[in-house]
Design a protein around this ligand. Structure first.
Ligand SMILES: C[S@@+](CC[C@H](N)C(=O)[O-])C[C@H]1O[C@@H](n2cnc3c(N)ncnc32)[C@H](O)[C@@H]1O
Length: 385
């Protein structure tokens, strides 16, 4: 097979001072690979807009290298291409760049609806109306962005998965809403041009480089604008049929132990410190992405907590577990899903109930600083969705 391949936009090329080349992953899991000369040349040859055919690149590389044994070199080139595909540095020309793809989008929109009460709270706190310019980061298939688009036709979403972006556009059309859905890496926000009155990020900050994210927010958050971070956590009772895979201790890893409000507070403190450090216009810096002088500084305004009971069944699992998760388990995909479905089918509706907790962190330009030490941690019970 002669595939058309392109460089994954998730990697950037660098050169060490002693002349060695390496690529750096700019999205999770933030991998780094040193490049051999052959890999470095392949990186350049595939780096055409739209990609290139494997055979054309191999021919070009053979001409560059003039090998003594061309049959052996040809084999080495194709082996190197296969290794670079395996590492995710090369992808098919129309390939997905995220662990999430289109096949998950329908289940996501149906089974992971954004909590209405939290969306309404964001709209109220941002005092959003039809003129409000909104940016929703790492927006998935648009669960929150589409809720916000019901208030303002000026919503932009930014998401790495091209499958999720396509699904968000399609869902916006279906609902008759206006959504400017961008397929982009949110870690590039410090280089994004825009001016937004409200920026949101939900269930995704842990995937991102939060220093880059905060720099980006400093760059594109308008005077008086608000930045909202939504942090979610799922708790299942031990006897829940899916606790073996979505519970506190599973082969996918252990969940953080301790109170949810402590987790939210730690995140709030970290982001507050980042904004305090980064949004300081009076420190001299040769950095074009540095804080702007003409606007108030970003500071924490409030934290709110919500608790939602909801069914957690096969649909939620399909909207949550990517193929990479299942690969970690080392299980055959169809068998994994057959077994999971059987466990859910055998349960009563009550046995499928789980709890989702939500933290809403609000930062604002010009906010009177919120005192996290005296925060009362009230939890508001909300309906599903
Ligand atoms: C759990 S989903 C959250 C989706 C949506 N915000 C919500 O709350 O339902 C996490 C999303 O972050 C996206 N993501 C991860 N890293 C990203 C990056 N560097 N740039 C843009 N999106 C990213 C994933 O593709 C995925 O859609």
């Amino acid at each position: 097979m002669n595939r058309k391949l392109r460089l994954s936009p998730n990697f950037s090329l660098h050169q060490s001072v002693d002349g060695r080349s390496f690529v750096m992953g700019e999205v999770e899991p933030y991998a780094q690979f040193w490049l051999s000369d052959r890999e470095r040349l392949l990186f350049g040859l595939f780096g055409r807009r739209g990609g290139a055919l494997e055979s054309d690149v191999a021919e070009a590389l053979m001409r560059l290298m003039l090998p003594a044994n061309s049959a052996a070199e040809r084999r080495r080139i194709f082996r190197t291409i296969a290794d670079m595909i395996e590492a995710g540095v090369l992808i098919e020309a129309q390939g997905e760049v995220s662990r999430y793809g289109r096949q998950m989008a329908r289940a996501y929109l149906e089974h992971r609806p954004f909590p209405k009460a939290v969306a309404n709270r964001i709209v109220a706190l941002a005092q959003a109306g039809r003129e409000t310019r909104v940016l929703d980061l790492a927006s998935g298939p648009g669960s929150l962005a589409l809720e916000l688009a019901a208030t303002s036709p000026r919503v932009t979403s930014m998401e790495l998965s091209r499958g999720f972006v396509a699904a968000a556009k399609q869902e916006a059309r279906r609902r008759g809403l206006n959504l400017n859905a961008l397929n982009e890496n949110c870690n590039h926000l410090p280089h994004h041009d825009g001016d937004y009155d409200a920026i949101t990020i939900s269930q995704a900050i842990h995937w991102l480089d939060d220093v880059a994210l905060c720099k980006g927010v400093c760059r594109v958050l308008a005077q008086g604008g608000s930045f909202f971070v939504v942090h979610g956590a799922l708790t299942l009772p031990e006897e829940h049929p899916l606790s073996y895979i979505l519970g506190d201790r599973t082969p996918l890893g252990d969940k953080q132990s301790g109170a949810f409000s402590d987790e939210v507070l730690a995140l709030y403190r970290r982001l507050s410190l980042l904004f305090e450090a980064l949004d300081t216009p009076n420190v001299a810096r040769h950095d074009p992405t540095h804080a702007r002088r003409d606007v108030d500084r970003i500071a924490g305004a409030r934290i709110e907590l919500f608790r939602q009971q909801r069914p957690i069944g096969e649909g939620f699992a399909r909207a949550f577990l990517s193929e990479r998760h299942i690969a970690v388990l080392g299980e055959e995909k169809d068998r994994f899903w057959r077994d999971l479905k059987a466990r859910c089918d055998a349960a009563t509706p009550d046995q499928l109930i789980g709890v989702q907790e939500w933290g809403l962190l609000h930062f604002k330009r010009g906010a009177a600083r919120f005192d996290a030490n005296t925060w009362r941690r009230d939890m508001k019970e909300i309906a599903f969705p």
